[in-house]
Design a binder for this molecule. Structure first.
Ligand SMILES: *Cc1c(COP(=O)(O)O)cnc(C)c1O
Length: 421
């Protein structure tokens, strides 16, 4: 499905006009398509066919409870990185046993809570973490299910900030050390060795690095099996990219089929493993836009600017990664002069831009949509410059629902207090 398209010159989300929506809820706001989220999740799920598998949505990409709830209703699992995300998943109706817990810095409190609710697996990222988890579980009289997250030292050829599977990265246990740690973990009574996990980066646009990582991980699974350690869960992480500009990432179904074909070829000893995949961006990235209104047009000698009411605090990707996201008018048929503009927000930073050098036909008061904003958008937003965070809207056919009301200044100030007189 094409969730965002023009009808009579107006940009629609499913069957809802974005001009109508902006009139009713104001700007800036994030707008998501339920249909697009469901379709992307299903394309992963169905590609596995009859194989034992679990698609675990990476919550950090978009953690709104309505988004998580839509996925939970379809039977999704979840990949979390904090106790906050754990509570979100539970409130959204996700099943604890379908949660995997990633992240390099799990605290004791997070481990306790995750054990208490009975999550499916801890993806452990260091030896010290393993021992801490063993102690916490022993103290609770429980056994913690564990996969070691190994770092296969594969270059995903993506932005350095979102590469995680290289030797120089803080993530995972170097694959050459993992065997010894498994061997040792075996003797820990409060640890159940359930599987192995790897996640090599984000916004990958080719399948090869995934296959490389799979082969390296399976080689270790084979060695461990020879040593009498039989792992049941094979977690291949997330990281498939989406199209922002002219990238040509493979379809989720193609990635899954390629991985499963290679897995098949690697031999019968691996076929009983449950395969887990942790996509985030590729499920929600192109299912959302950020709607914003042009406040001012500011012509200049060297550069001209469109100052809009959304800013780097609402959408950080351009400032953080120099990411490119398309910016389009919501009403295409307005008679406007065309110019080349930097689209910038009101925040007092020169890094506060949504796009550089964009050719736009725009006047003050017009609505613009920043495309592909469903992943790592709202979740990364902040209150910098005491800007209340944007509303989030879920479109479902010809209906829309406010799934996060716009913050108020009172919301922002509520936790603060002055010194006594
Ligand atoms: C971020 C992350 C993901 C999801 O990555 P995407 O690029 O959004 O698919 C999956 N697994 C882990 C461990 C992550 O840190």
């Amino acid at each position: 499905m094409e969730p965002f398209y023009y009808k009579d010159g107006i940009l629609f989300a499913e069957e809802v006009s974005l001009t109508d929506l902006a009139m009713q809820v104001g700007t800036p706001c994030y707008v998501y398509s339920r249909g697009a989220i469901e379709e992307a999740w299903r394309s992963y799920d169905e590609a596995f066919g009859g194989r034992d598998h679990l698609v675990c949505f990476a919550v950090k990409a978009n953690s709104n409870v309505a988004v998580l709830n839509i996925l939970a209703r379809m039977g999704s699992g979840f990949d979390i990185v904090s106790m906050g995300e754990l509570e979100r998943v539970l409130r959204a109706g996700g099943k604890a046993e379908n949660i995997v817990f990633s992240g390099v810095g799990k605290t004791e409190a997070e481990m306790r809570r995750a054990l208490e609710v009975g999550i499916g697996c801890f993806n452990v990222e260091s030896e010290q973490e393993l021992y801490r988890l063993a102690d916490v579980a022993a103290d609770m009289g429980m056994v913690a299910p564990v996969s070691l997250r190994v770092n296969p030292d594969v270059d995903p050829k993506t932005h350095p900030y979102i590469s995680t599977g290289l030797k120089a990265s803080k993530f995972g246990i170097p694959i050459d050390h993992a065997g010894a740690i498994y061997e040792h973990a075996r003797s820990l009574g409060s640890i159940e060795l359930r599987g192995i996990a790897s996640h090599i980066g984000s916004q990958l646009t080719s399948i090869d690095p995934f296959i490389d990582a799979l082969e390296r991980v399976l080689a270790l699974v084979g060695e461990l099996s020879d040593a009498g350690i039989e792992l049941k869960w094979l977690d291949l992480g997330g990281g498939l990219g989406v199209r922002y500009y002219d990238e040509q990432p493979p379809e989720p179904s193609r990635l899954v089929v390629s991985l499963m074909d290679r897995l098949q070829e690697m031999g019968s000893r691996y076929q009983r493993m449950r395969v887990i995949i942790e996509p985030g961006r590729s499920i929600v990235g192109n299912a959302g836009v950020l709607l914003t209104r042009a406040e001012y047009i500011k012509p200049g000698e060297i550069k001209s600017f469109v100052v809009v009411d959304a800013a780097m605090n609402d959408l950080m990707r351009p400032a953080l990664y120099d990411a490119w996201q398309d910016i389009v008018p919501v009403n295409k048929d307005l008679e406007r002069e065309t110019g080349v503009y930097d689209v910038v927000g009101p925040v007092c930073e020169s890094g506060d831009f949504l796009g550089h050098d964009r050719e736009l036909s725009v006047a003050s008061g017009d609505l613009l949509a920043v495309m592909s904003a469903g992943a790592y958008g709202a979740v990364m937003s902040s209150n910098y410059n005491t800007r209340p965070r944007a509303a989030e809207i879920m479109v479902d056919g010809n209906q829309f629902h406010i799934i996060r009301r716009r913050e108020t200044v009172d919301d922002l100030l509520a936790p603060e207090s002055v010194l006594p007189a």
